[in-house]
Design a protein around this ligand. Structure first.
Ligand code: NAD
Length: 279
């Protein structure tokens, strides 16, 4: 059996078109500030892709590229300025920040209404109780990909590998909101393969190339690969051993072209939501 490939590129393009049409139809003025500190090449690629998506959707993007030696005070001052700027509806600080900066303090400084990544404590808390304006972009994108398969989450066994604050934990929460029976696995989980084999919907957010092998996957399962790993040969690969898992799974996301583009599309959606809230 060969799995259906979930086309994240096409689905994300449709979301961006929706956002573009909504902005044009309602004559919205929407702005997103993207802050990048230092010269991490992966961060630069992400920021460029976000700017490109803004341009496509008709969102004005404001880039603040700061040197690696920027101080905490300088960064917080910029966040304060952007919080007060009426042209800026969303603020995104590209992570990771250089080691001497306190990421948590920076995120907490962003006005929750402009926190389009949904990393601020108050937005995280609102997701927990199901009363939210923004969903974190990557888990929200994974949900869209799952919906695209037509497989209903309600009542299904859902296994998330990884428990980070930005992917694993909120992913588990979104599956729970849709009435999945959710198990969260992590580096201390016993019999990981056995737990994963129970999953009708398996989400891998580990950060290790080819971590999920065919013996860990239930035949016909929906497999969502969040991992982005760069191999020594420069190629990108996910957490899932695609060639063998696609022989077992019913649905699978490729890397690249799966979750990655969805994250950016959901950011565009959150930015429009932010603009509406502020108006
Ligand atoms: P993280 O390092 O914060 O978390 C990794 C998680 O994996 C941890 O909770 C850990 O417990 C778990 N883990 C590690 N080893 C394990 C093992 N042997 N068995 C079971 N669990 C194990 O990473 P993250 O920020 O959640 O990101 C995960 C991956 O997703 C990375 O590859 C990252 O690049 C990628 N990512 C992709 C997107 C996207 O847009 N596609 C967005 C964010 C992160």
């Amino acid at each position: 059996m060969s799995a259906n490939i979930i086309d994240g590129k096409a689905i994300s393009a449709a979301v961006k078109e929706q956002v573009r049409d909504e902005i044009a139809r309602d004559k919205l003025t929407v702005g997103l500030a993207v802050v990048i500190v230092g010269d991490d090449p992966a961060s630069r690629v992400y920021v460029n892709n976000k700017k490109k998506a803004c341009e496509f959707c008709g969102i004005k993007s404001y880039e603040y590229a700061l040197p690696a030696e920027t101080t905490q005070e300088e960064l917080l001052e910029l966040v304060d300025t952007l919080n007060a700027d009426k042209n800026v509806n969303g603020i995104l600080v590209q992570l990771p920040l250089p080691k001497h900066l306190d990421e948590k303090a920076v995120i907490e400084r962003i006005s929750p209404n402009k926190d389009v990544d949904a990393f601020h404590e108050s937005n995280v808390g609102r997701i927990m109780i199901g009363n939210y304006s923004f969903l974190p972009c990557t888990p929200a994108g994974c949900m869209e990909l799952i919906h695209s398969t037509g497989v209903e989450v309600a009542g299904k066994e859902c296994v998330v590998i990884g428990r980070s604050n930005i992917v694993g934990k909120p992913m588990a929460m979104l599956l729970l909101h849709e009435n999945g029976t959710v198990t969260v696995c992590h580096s201390k989980t016993h019999d990981l393969a056995e737990v994963c084999r129970r999953a009708d919907i398996l989400v891998a957010a580990v950060g290790r190339p080819n971590f999920v092998t065919a013996d860990m996957v239930k035949p016909g399962a929906v497999v969502i690969d969040v991992g982005i790993n760069r191999l020594d040969n420069g190629k990108l690969c996910g957490d899932v051993k695609f060639d063998e898992v696609s022989e077992v799974a019913g649905w699978i996301t490729p890397v690249p072209g799966g979750v990655g583009p969805m994250t950016i599309a959901m950011l565009m959606r959150n930015t429009v939501t932010a603009a509406r809230i502020q108006k």
